[in-house]
Design a protein around this ligand. Structure first.
Ligand SMILES: [Zn+2]
Length: 154
């Protein structure tokens, strides 16, 4: 029998930040900025409500855990050497426990009512799936420029 299919769900975000590289000799050792593009991919089964993860909740989690912390910041304030590779690893660390972050959202009173309704309608399924194979972070794709990107899968 075929297992329930695993699906990948990706959402894209943008943020602007400054950095300089400390292990590099050339232009990038001086403070400068980038308009970063971040693609977060979640893997999981499709639940009875027809979704792997609600895009609205995915957006809320990534915004709170990652974007709000990076946007319009100097990345050197909290990363020793903020290369795109190291930023991607930092982002992975913030989101790697995605299944649990999602569970927290289920009890978060700030979740909009319409989203809460969707979750509660199918909460037994969601909880069961999160506890077993569940939903997990699959990939971080960080674009430093239009041409250059890092892909990290933990
Ligand atoms: Zn740079």
């Amino acid at each position: 029998m075929k297992n329930r299919s695993n699906m990948l769900v990706t959402k894209e975000f943008k943020f602007s930040a400054a950095h300089f590289l400390t292990q590099y000799h050339g232009q990038c050792e001086y403070l400068h900025g980038h308009n970063y593009r971040l693609q977060v991919t979640i893997q999981g089964p499709k639940f009875k409500n027809g979704m792997v993860v609600d895009f609205g909740i995915l957006k809320k989690v990534v915004k709170e855990k990652v974007i709000d912390k990076l946007d319009h910041k100097n990345l050197n304030d909290f990363l020793k050497n903020p290369s795109a590779e190291n930023i991607a690893v930092w982002i992975w660390g913030k989101l790697k426990d995605f299944g649990n972050l999602l569970k927290q959202e289920q009890s978060d009173p700030n979740v909009p009512e319409d989203l809460k309704k969707i979750i509660n309608n199918d909460s037994s399924t969601i909880k069961k799936e999160v506890n077993s194979e569940g939903i997990k972070l699959y990939e971080i794709k960080l674009w430093e420029t239009d041409e250059n990107c890092i892909i990290y899968r933990g």
